[in-house]
Design a protein around this ligand. Sequence first.
Ligand SMILES: Nc1ncnc2c1ncn2[C@@H]1O[C@H](COP(=O)(O)OP(=O)(O)OP(=O)(O)O)[C@@H](O)[C@H]1O
Ligand SMILES: [Mg+2]
Length: 229
Amino acid sequence: MTIAPLCNGTSDDITPAIRSTYWDGIDLVAAAPFLFGAEFALPARQMNEPGSRFWDVLNGGLEPVRNLYDVIVIDTPPALSYVTINGLWAADGIVVPVPPSGLDFASSAQFWSLLADLGGNLDKQEQAGVRKVFDFLHVLLSRVDQADAASPAVRQWIQATYGEFVLPVEIPKTSVTSNKSAEFATVYDVQKYDGSAKTYKRAVDAYDRFVDLIEESVVEAWRTRRAAS
Ligand SMILES: Nc1ncnc2c1ncn2[C@@H]1O[C@H](COP(=O)(O)OP(=O)(O)OP(=O)(O)O)[C@@H](O)[C@H]1O
Ligand SMILES: [Mg+2]
């Protein structure tokens, strides 16, 4: 019930891996530690199967179900692995959350430069001038700690580097998120919050604003595509 069969080539359709959830209208495809095997299966197939395209496996597997969903969210680990490359290639937009710490900022800068190299290479591999184009790229300041004296400086570097790509919202570092994630839940799973109502509202307002901004980007992409077709 993961994308493992897509990666090892025993299936080309993600449908059997889809599970419904207790959230109305939200289905899920899980990941699992054994998916790490895909990091060997994908390059092995590239070597052994002439004409295979290791970066297009998830994209191809999603094709039969794309029309069933308004939005498909692909959550990747923070590494440019073979599986992550599949996630990027299948995606129409990218959101990179960056906490305002020096190390996180440095790795985000490396991510974009690796992605640019990789994109150039994949574009060359694709025949008939197929170019990967993203509808949107966003940087999201996340886990922002008001009490951390270093974060205003790093936040300025992030603003100066990414400019208009930085979303006009910040996700604060908050006990609402850490408490809920300790229960394998999210801020949206709260019936009645036990802590301060003010803390809860501040957290949810930030996540809501983020969701609104992403929805605007998605709707904008739909409009542009409809106008072009
Ligand atoms: N806004 C926040 N405030 C407080 N704690 C947070 C916040 N966001 C994340 N955390 C904590 O950090 C942990 C990791 O968060 P999350 O899973 O969102 O990060 P990630 O970068 O996606 O990690 P991974 O690399 O494992 O996918 C969570 O368990 C949570 O407790
Ligand atoms: Mg994660």
